[in-house]
Structure formats: structure tokens, C-alpha cells
Design a protein around this ligand. Sequence first.
Ligand SMILES: Nc1nc2c(ncn2[C@@H]2O[C@H](COP(=O)(O)OP(=O)(O)O)[C@@H](O)[C@H]2O)c(=O)[nH]1
Ligand SMILES: [Mg+2]
Ligand SMILES: [Zn+2]
Length: 301
Amino acid sequence: MTMPVPPGRRHGRIVRHYGVEVRLAFDDGDFLTVRVKRNSGHVVGDRVCWHGDRLERLERRTLLQRQDPFGKVRSLAANLDGLGIVLAPQPTTPVAFIERVLVAARSAAIAPFLLVNKADLAGSAVLAQQLRQQFGDTQPLLLVSALSGAGLTPLRDLLATLGCCALAGQSGVGKSALLNALCPGLDLQVGELAEGGQGGHTSSVSTLVDLASGGSLIDTPGFRDFAPVQIASAELPGWFPGFAELLHQRACRFRDCRHRQEPGCVIRQALADGSLSAERYGRYLALLDELEAAEQRQRGW
Ligand SMILES: Nc1nc2c(ncn2[C@@H]2O[C@H](COP(=O)(O)OP(=O)(O)O)[C@@H](O)[C@H]2O)c(=O)[nH]1
Ligand SMILES: [Mg+2]
Ligand SMILES: [Zn+2]
């Protein structure tokens, strides 16, 4: 009896996702488009092994997920090192959106940074200033313009340092335009109005490109809301913008303080002395409620 010849095992990465097909970039430089089940769970950035005609997903280092408005968990990209939250003077982005993406990235061990795009438009410098005030300097903030090319060199440097990054943000802030600017010849569609990109069109949901200047970058579809998933509610204060800093200085009386009504609470004190805004505290409570409700559903209460 002869041993079967081991089929060629080729390693690579998913660089495009079209719903029922994915584009593979093999480590040897070859490309191949293969069919996948619609609910395969594969996402852009996934490391894969292709053998025979089977696609095997390799272990993920990180996974960025969100919950859509219908409560469904959506995986956005795998093996990310960094996540750029793209903002612009137009269209504007609610602060809660930024906070939630920050929580999702930090809790998934992905380094977030803020990208204020459309630096050529009036209002971009003021926006950058406001964001620095609101979010401090725990993550980088760059002011860039896909249109004029301003700030792209520091952005290239940051991306080369981080490794594999994705751009997240609402539709119309310029994610695709930024990728096109960083990767001449890419020619992603800019200015499309479709939201979500989940409608089964031929256009790709997400695209990963390797940058000549180092690192790689993933364009994700825009979305209006962003609900983080798979975070224990007890861990939220550690990830929520501004909270870790306060809790680092002093501890609440109770170790498991949720910072609602507990006595001796550092967060409530910060709220009282004005070092924490009532708006941010309210958004923390709203997200805490959501995470606790999700935990109760999972436990079947
Ligand atoms: N003024 C200006 N407009 C931009 C800039 N970047 C993108 N846009 C415009 O913003 C719109 C949305 O861009 P797009 O890349 O499709 O946004 P996405 O939905 O985040 O991918 C398009 O009309 C772009 O031309 C920029 O740096 N400056
Ligand atoms: Mg786009
Ligand atoms: Zn507390």
C-alpha cells in the first residue's frame, strides 16, 4: 500500500471578503479566490491554510467584533494590531461611538488611535483639539487629509510601527479615500452611500492591503452604531475612556464597585468635583446596562 501524497499545504491570509467568496494572498505571493459558506465565519486578516480544496482557518491573535442593531455578533477583522477610528468635521460622529470603539479595541488587545480626516476642511483643527481634550493622550491622534495628502507621512510611520491595522468609522468620513491615498493604484470606491455592506452585493465588504511603507491596512464598511461584545461588565471600567486614569490614582471602597450608587466611589467623586463629565458618566452607565443585560440573557434569566 502506498502512502497518499500529502496535498500541498499553502499558508496565506484572507485579503478580501465578498460574502460567498474570499480572496487569499499566499505567503509566496500568489493569489486565489475561493468559495466559502456564507456563514463560514472567516474574516479579512484571517491566517489560513489551503490544502486540497479545503480552507482551514488558523488560530487568531486578535478578533475585532461588534454587535449589529439586531443583536447579531459580527466579526470585522482578525489579527489586528491597531485600529484607527476615522473622524471628520463632516459627517460628525457621536462621542458615544468613539468611546464604544475604544472599549472594543482595548478589550480585544488592539491598539486604538484617532484619525481626524479632512484636514483641508474648516473645523478639523477644532475637532482634533476637542478630541484631545475628551480622550487625552493615551492613544495617538493624527490630523490627516486623504484629499490634500497632509499628515500622511506620520500616518504611514504609525502604521509601519503597529503592523496590521483597520480603519473604522461612520460612512463618509473617508476611510476608503485614506486607503486609496496610502496605496496608489488601489482605487477603492469612494463616496458610496450604501451602509453596512452586508447586502450581498458584488462589492467587497473589507479589503486588506500591504503598504509599501510597512504594515498593512484594512478598509471596513461604515456603520452608524458600534456595540462592543464579549466584554464582562465588571471589566468595563478598566476599558472605558477616562475611567482607568481615575481608578489608577485611587481605589473605590469596594473592589467590585460598578460605580453606580456604591459609597466611597472614586468615579462618583470625580463626577461631583467635575473632573468627570455627567455626559460621559451617563454614557458609561448606558453601556454598563447593555452589557449586564446581555450577560443576563446569556445566563438565561
Ligand atoms: N474634503 C475632503 N473630503 C474627503 C477627504 N477624504 C474623503 N473625502 C470625501 O468624503 C466622502 C466619503 O469618502 P469615503 O472614502 O467613501 O468614506 P468612507 O465611507 O469612510 O469610506 C467622499 O466624497 C470623499 O471624496 C478629505 O481628506 N477631504
Ligand atoms: Mg468606504
Ligand atoms: Zn466606584
